[in-house]
Design a protein around this ligand. Structure first.
Ligand SMILES: [Zn+2]
Ligand SMILES: [Zn+2]
Length: 236
């Protein structure tokens, strides 16, 4: 048991050391860390979550990926025109996300976001992360359901469902209004309501971004969470 506590202390110390380097890099400028740093994490994690799937979607290689594909007869490889249009919409929404991150800085500070040392201990990070997850799921469920309301659906959310067999990058192929309410708000509702250290906000966003790419990828790879539920939602 003592060994475990020593190990956890070691991880806490390591995270604090790394965070100090980031603080020095940004010259302790909270606004710059949140706006630029969070935008960078948001964009880079989305790219990391997509690069391999994009290669497979564009080339149809490696051929063994086909055995993990859920809708095997669709987009292997994907039609180039459709793919590039999807990329253009995604780029627009990514820029929109960066603008929203910039605008949300005063709210994050008001509700208690901290950027200084020390970073929260691992157990506290874990509890907050779970809280972010529950608030994300609950708000996504409610807002996504709202987007499926017949009087709203055809104006906003229908665009996202043009991809009946989604590809990973289509995770944010959405109408801007849909992107704000069904993508951006659920991500940030937890950090806003619970208050958080910025380092945890970055962890949360990076993991959530990679996760949503997998859920839209149309591939169920071993050891990764199943995208079948969301895939079924796109089919129906
Ligand atoms: Zn939907
Ligand atoms: Zn979707």
């Amino acid at each position: 048991m003592e060994l475990l506590f020593n190990y956890i202390d070691g991880v806490d110390n390591f995270l604090n050391d790394q965070w100090l380097k980031i603080l020095l890099l940004f010259n302790h400028d909270d606004r710059l860390m949140f706006t630029f740093g969070t935008s960078l994490v948001h964009t880079v994690s989305f790219l990391i979550g997509n690069l391999f799937y994009m290669y497979v979607d564009c080339t149809g290689k490696p051929a063994w990926m086909l055995k993990y594909k859920i809708q095997k007869d669709k987009h292997f490889p994907v039609e180039p025109r459709r793919f590039f249009w999807c990329c253009a919409v995604v780029l627009f929404n990514e820029i929109l996300s960066c603008v929203l991150i910039y605008l949300s800085y005063p709210i994050m500070k008001y509700t208690g976001m901290s950027c200084d040392q020390p970073v929260p201990q691992l157990w506290k990070m874990y509890l907050l992360y779970m809280g972010f997850g529950y608030l994300n799921d609950a708000s996504f469920f409610f807002l996504h359901r709202l987007m499926h309301h017949p009087s709203i659906y055809k104006y906003c959310h229908k665009m996202h469902h043009e991809w009946i067999a989604p590809i990973s990058i289509a995770a944010v192929y959405s109408h801007p209004i849909d992107h704000i309410f069904a993508n951006f708000v659920p991500y940030f509702i937890g950090p806003i309501l619970l208050g958080s250290h910025l380092s945890l906000v970055w962890w949360w966003i990076a993991i959530a971004q990679i996760d949503t790419c997998g859920h839209h990828s149309n591939y169920h790879l071993p050891f990764l969470s199943s995208p079948q539920y969301h895939n079924y939602h796109h089919v129906k």
